[in-house]
Design a binder for this molecule. Structure first.
Ligand code: ITT
Length: 196
């Protein structure tokens, strides 16, 4: 299978590690790239990711992606959602556990939007995983809210799983599988057009 290179603009190496493991199944080599990041305020992860990807493309001028993700907690009406990065920096995992003290409904979902920008092409792929907020932090792998998120059908948190195990469930893995499938389809259609 042809290997194509794609740049991921992010300051988070864990995101790259997880996404790389998915995209290599589709023959895509993912490379972390640096660019000034434009983070608009919006309720929509898709809009935040696409705006940031367009801005990064103006700087780098090569096919790239930007991902925006967040944790949406049912009992908190979807908070922190698009503000997850800020909330994580300010109050961390322990702060969220405090907000959830005495709350019986622990349901929550992680969501991700991956925006792809290349010459003449813009696409956004989304992924979601639902589960629950643990009663206490467990595990030391991963990043962000991984120690307090247990996906449906599991008893372990994401922070107790390897990258491969987390990728069986995660919002990021689901969004990147959609991107990978789309890239493969595009590549085949370009190939058959040029052969036909
Ligand atoms: P970049 O913007 O540079 O890509 P970031 O970590 O700031 O990196 P986001 O703006 O998408 O990424 O913020 C999402 C936040 O949501 C992130 O900081 C985590 O706290 C949380 N988050 C998203 N995906 C997660 C995951 O798979 N596991 C744990 N926490 C996650």
């Amino acid at each position: 299978m042809k290997v194509s290179r794609l740049y991921m603009v992010t300051g988070n190496r864990h995101k790259v590690e997880e996404a790389k493991e998915i995209l290599e199944r589709y023959g895509v080599e993912l490379v972390q790239a640096e660019a000034r990041k434009l983070e608009i305020q919006s309720e929509s992860l898709e809009e935040i990711a696409l705006t940031a990807a367009r801005y990064a493309y103006l700087q780098l001028r090569k096919p790239l992606i930007v991902e925006d993700a967040g944790l949406f907690i049912e009992a908190l009406n979807g908070f922190p959602g698009p503000y997850s990065s800020y909330v994580y920096k300010k109050i961390g995992v322990e702060g969220v556990l405090k907000l959830m003290e005495g709350v019986g409904d622990r349901r929550a979902c992680f969501k991700a939007a991956v925006a792809y920008v290349a010459p003449g092409v813009e696409r956004v792929f989304t992924g979601e995983v639902c589960g629950r907020i643990a009663r206490e932090a467990r595990g030391s792998r991963g990043f962000g809210f991984d120690p307090i998120f247990v996906p449906e059908g599991e008893s372990r948190t994401f922070a107790e799983m390897s990258v491969e195990e987390k990728n069986r469930y995660s919002h990021r893995a689901r969004a990147f599988k959609r991107l990978g499938e789309w890239i493969v389809r595009e590549w085949w259609s370009m190939r058959s057009n040029s052969e036909g």
